[in-house]
Design a protein around this ligand. Sequence first.
Ligand code: SF4
Length: 328
Amino acid sequence: MTSVASAIARTAPLYERVSRFIPPFEWPAHARDIDAIMTLKAERNAVILAHNYQTPEIFHCVADIVGDSLALARMAARADAEVIVLAGVHFMAETAKLLNPDRVVLIPDTRAGCSLADSITPADVRALRLRHPGVPVVTYVNTSAAVKAESDICCTSGNALAVVESLGVPRVIMLPDEYLAQNIARQTKVEIITWAGHCEVHERFTPGDIREMREANPGVVVLAHPECPPEVVAEADFAGSTAAMITYVGDHRPAKVALLTECSMSDNVAVHYPELDFVRPCNLCPHMKRITLGNIRHALETMTHEVTIDPAVAAPARRAVERMLAIP
Ligand code: SF4
């Protein structure tokens, strides 16, 4: 057998899982990379952490740990491999490094950024503190380590409400996602001071999209991510983090469902629920899509690109993340 043929044979059970989303002509190239990645993972004592927005051939075929930002941060804290490859965006790799300072953390493409992380700088946070003295800063994990270092505590879309209420104060600054902050403000008595950062994927959904979708797909159940504008969340049947959406689909098994979030999420969830009809009004995250099997393989072959964080930044940033992780 040729090496491609043996790679295809070895990865056949994996292809069965994702064959609804990957045409047969694309599989030989994926099979070669997957086969090589499996060998490299063993040689390097490496684990691959993949975000829910990664493509099915990464999410279902090479990842050891999958989840939303909170799950990845928690699991990264427990990873005992020597090398962590983050199949996600740069701030996620930084969070993994913060929680695993002694491990080598690799990001396959350093250009995998995030519009939210880019919307705010450490100087912006310091200016906000001057404007609102004594008000604690709650920072979404979708930020650089340098911004986390200026914060009191981090949050994710899954635990933001619990984090805000855990502080026992009447006002907080919540940054950088304006829509997440506004959506949380509707659920709490705590006054929330916002910042005008947006996720370029979720800000594109509109209430009109949902109305059109309902007309074209009678009975569809619409789940929205809280990074969507509040008027979109108000039109949806449910709003929650990617992990909460997965739980909702598993618990309710809606015959027809739409996930208002990044495109790959529906594919990754649909693998587990072939009987459900996923309506796909999705938007692509160009940053998440920079990660491919090819550059994951290259990262493990060459041990690039290693994520490093200045120790003076890492210590306060880690404190903010660990304070979040301590909240049940
Ligand atoms: S989906 Fe939005 S928040 Fe997530 S990485 Fe892409 S731009 Fe950032």
